[in-house]
Design a protein around this ligand. Structure first.
Ligand code: HEC
Length: 222
């Protein structure tokens, strides 16, 4: 958290005009505090994206993404710190033709903010700041967590559901040893692939293919 109250009030009022920002950075370099605060600003900034077309997969949740060993539905990436570079440059996602064009477009708004935290404005550092923000997206105080930590009982219906979940094999894959209900493994669930090769596209191993599924859940969106 920034230690400067004045800039926080201004940020709270969504007063993010570049000139004011520059002034604030001069008055108080902590105005943009941390990499993580900068990452949050970048995360919501539409300027990062030029274009985009519907993708064949739903976006996976970012909640607790810092705990994931494999990223994307197909595990095609593993490093959160560099992961944001792909969508920034992917033609179907944010469609920036190259890093230089992106940096030129962002430099007026972000040059001084990056300088304030002693980082060069580069696509690598944009990805790092985004990752710092993404690490804050956690859901760790759920009703399940509180029950798991012996702090609070589960509701009667959730207790019945949890019993069914375990009895009917859900927990074989959605492991209950962590509150995120994943074993971080890939399974062929036998649902139609809609031409999405899933895990096969990454491993070329059909035995590990992570197939798609019907809407509104899972990887395939149509
Ligand atoms: C063989 C392993 C396996 C078993 C058993 C299993 N699942 Fe899954 N489940 C998966 C996989 C893999 C996905 C992701 C599929 C995808 O993204 O295409 C998934 C996805 C889901 C989703 C969607 C999650 C999301 O973010 O959209 C739900 C909900 C779900 N499972 C619930 C259950 C329940 C309830 C059971 C028990 C009745 C169960 N699963 C049994 C492997 C399994």
């Amino acid at each position: 958290m920034s230690t400067c109250v004045f800039p926080i009030l201004i940020a709270g009022a969504r007063c993010y005009r570049a000139k004011i920002r520059l002034l604030l950075v001069l008055i108080c370099p902590l105005a943009f505090g941390t990499e993580q605060e900068l990452g949050e600003r970048l995360f919501f900034d539409k300027k990062l994206s030029i274009d985009g077309t519907p993708l064949p997969r739903n976006a996976p949740t970012l909640l607790n993404v810092a705990d994931r060993a494999a990223l994307f539905h197909d595990g095609g990436e593993s490093n959160l710190d560099t992961r944001a570079i792909t969508p920034l440059l992917n033609k179907r996602e944010m469609a920036n033709p190259n890093p230089a064009t992106l940096i030129t477009r962002l430099s007026y708004d972000y040059q001084s903010a990056f300088a304030a935290i002693k980082l060069e404005l580069s696509i690598e550092n944009i990805a790092l700041a985004l990752a710092a923000y993404e690490r804050t997206l956690t859901a760790k105080d759920t009703a399940y967590d509180r029950w798991h930590n012996n702090q609070q009982p589960l509701s009667p219906s959730a207790t019945i559901g949890f019993g069914l979940f375990n009895r009917h094999g859900c927990a074989e894959c959605h492991r209950t040893s962590n509150a995120q209900f994943t074993g971080d493994l890939f399974h062929n669930t036998g649902v139609p692939t809609n031409n999405d090769l899933g895990r096969f596209a990454v491993t070329k191993d059909p035995a590990l293919t992570d197939t798609g599924s019907a809407p509104p859940h899972c990887a395939i969106s149509n």
